[in-house]
Design a binder for this molecule. Sequence first.
Ligand SMILES: [Zn+2]
Length: 306
Amino acid sequence: MVLSVFKSGDELFNQGVDLIKRKEYAKAKKNFEKTIEKGGREAALARAYVDIIDAVLDKDNPGRYVKLAATLDQMKDGFEFGLTEINPSRVALECRLLAERMEAGRMSNSAPAQAEIKGNKFLDVARKYQSMIGNDTIMISEIIGIPVNTGIKEALYAQALGYENLALGAVATDPKRAAELLQNAYACRKQLGEDGQNVLNAINAYSKSVKCWICGRPATGEGIHFVAMSSDISPFMRKSDDDILKSAPDNYGSVYVCRPCYTAISRRSDEISKQYHDRAMQEMRAMEARLQSQINSMNSAMMMRR
Ligand SMILES: [Zn+2]
């Protein structure tokens, strides 16, 4: 009897399936790769397993899901991955949505125009989750081991992020509109069972209006279009009954100042500090040079005495 030391593609495949059940994914992947090399009967399924394992082992990489979706598009019949029954066309759709959501998350929002694009992208993803998945549970999350939600719940997350980014884009030009957008985000966060406190704080800040203590102009949007500057509102000043006094934080330890006044003051004071700094450095260098020349002349005097 001849014992074969080399396993066939099919044997390697079956062993790989067992390894998946034991969650030994890296080992299973090697088996499936060898199955593909040897052209076993299950080579096509092995290819899908390799792409699923790549996604499991590299969850944060949207490219993995795009590749997996393309592989699943080629498959007609359902199959099992571990204990999960996979419907290829459905999981392919979920992979594409997940990749889109991750890519939206990676978009920059540092400039207002970028934040608006990012916000609209999230709202677009939200609409897709709602209409294409709806109340169904998302299988790919279970397969790769991330929190499992329904399409509706994913839609709410994406919607909240969408409105938060749109608000970020709007606040520089229209803080009232930014506060309205955040109301939508807050409603989503509440539906998700979160307290939404951060959003609520931002709504309050964006919708707060005051008058500037320096120029008297009205400003809306705390931290954006006006800021509190440390000051001391004396008891006598507290008694006066004008609009501007109403525009002071409760503890009388600061005054509200509009952004143009604030930046004018801080830039001018930076310039003044820089002048003092430069002058002090200049004097230090002159002193250093004087000391150095004294040291040099002492050195040469000592040399002459030797
Ligand atoms: Zn001002």
